[in-house]
Write a protein that binds this ligand. Structure first.
Ligand code: FEO
Length: 397
């Protein structure tokens, strides 16, 4: 694959990886992917991003078609994940005096990627790089996908280089979205769901940084480049990353129950929380689809999880639910844990520890009842819910 011209003195110099079937361990890539990099030539030349290490030779050949690597003045490092930073050291080998530009938070990451001395500048929002006839304006976009992520707008050509943002994994004959014959809406959503969704609380705070740019083209680091409807997926991201719990005051009660005892506690939790003004839903995790559970977590002010204890542990369907919390933005979300147990009763404690470990705010006391909840235990549950409701912010709307 050779370099492709995007506009006057702006080129795609990336590579295609059509055989890739798994990305970042967690994401299927049935359509392969591309690692997009770009060259911008003014009086000086900037290379925007590199590619995965295995594709270094092809990438260097593409760049050399346009300009000898030794003559490049700047390397813009939008993100240090190895799928984009994998060929930086190869560039430095050929152009040791090249100026590396990255976001301020990216500086320590970049130093640990290249492991050598180099000319690195960490930039902040609205930093401008004048190449002579081509002008880049930078915006930090933390957590899209890492804390280091940055984008830049090429003023003269109205191109926004977005790195991972708004992209999809796809490799085909064309690099342009208006020429592909796939369900791109689905692919962009799937990418967001797998890669961006855990950071939605950060992403939604940053998207407005792009509002003032008059964008003609969105050129990301994977898959197709958007020349038509360039703002389409920026607007979709605003929708997908919105705070779905805002204004709802909902508590999702999740539980698994073999003999109905933890289920009875779940009912008591939900009814008690309702008395304090919350809307509630009771969700048997053995019947709940992962996609629905993720929506529920995101749209809840707080969550309550009930598990029995089997073999000194919580049960697998509860762990499956717990494992979903880090696939959405759940940092700081309030939670509580409860369950019926026979002898040890470790399940609730282990779940509470895990939720705390992923930075959720877990109520300090778990509620447990032994075997069949008695009237006394249900009365104790009512008292527990009174305290829990206050912790969840009842009456503070
Ligand atoms: Fe495409 Fe987060 O790297």
């Amino acid at each position: 694959m050779s370099a492709i011209q995007l506009s006057d003195n702006v080129y795609w110099v990336g590579v295609k990886d059509p055989e890739l079937r798994i990305f970042d361990i967690v994401m299927e890539t049935k359509l392969g992917t591309t690692y997009n990099a770009y060259l911008v030539k003014g009086e000086k030349t900037a290379l925007i991003d590199t590619v995965k290490k295995e594709f270094t030779e092809e990438f260097l050949a593409n760049v050399n078609e346009i300009v000898p690597i030794e003559k490049i003045d700047y390397l813009i490092v939008n993100h240090n994940e190895p799928d984009h930073s994998g060929a930086i050291t190869a560039i430095l080998d050929k152009a040791p005096n090249i100026k590396l530009i990255c976001s301020a938070p990216a500086v320590p990451f970049l130093k640990n990627v290249i492991n050598r001395e180099a000319d690195i500048t960490g930039v902040k929002d609205d930093h401008t790089l004048d190449l002579g006839g081509k002008t880049l304006v930078f915006k930090g976009m933390p957590y899209m996908h890492w804390p280091d992520t940055m984008m830049e707008y090429l003023q003269e050509d109205r191109i926004l280089f977005t790195n991972d943002g708004f992209t999809a994994h796809y490799s085909g004959d064309t690099i342009f979205a208006d020429e592909v014959e796939i369900d791109l809406d689905h692919e962009v959503y799937y990418y967001w769901d797998c890669i961006m969704r855990p950071f939605s609380g950060y992403i939604r705070r940053n998207l407005s940084k792009l509002d003032d740019f008059d964008i003609a083209t969105v050129a990301g680091s994977h898959g197709p480049i958007y020349r038509k409807e360039p703002r389409k997926y920026i607007e979709k991201y605003k929708e997908w990353n919105a705070d779905k719990a805002e204004g709802k005051n909902h508590v999702a009660v999740f539980f698994a129950s073999n003999y109905g005892n933890t289920g009875k506690l779940a009912q008591g939790m939900a009814e008690g929380l309702k008395k304090h003004g919350f809307t509630t839903s009771i969700n048997d995790v053995t019947e709940l689809k992962a996609a629905d559970a993720k929506e529920l977590i995101e749209s809840s002010t707080a969550v309550v999880i009930g598990t029995p204890t089997f073999n000194g542990d919580a049960v697998k369907p509860v762990w499956d639910l717990v494992n979903l919390f880090s696939t959405v933005y759940s940092i700081g979300k309030k939670a509580a844990v409860f369950g019926s147990y026979g002898w040890g009763g470790e399940g609730a404690k282990l779940v509470a520890q895990r939720l705390t470990g992923i930075k959720m705010k877990v109520y300090e006391e778990n509620f447990r009842a032994r075997l069949v909840p008695s009237d006394e235990e249900m009365a104790a549950l009512d008292e527990y819910v009174d305290k829990l409701a206050e912790y969840f912010g009842a009456g503070k709307k």
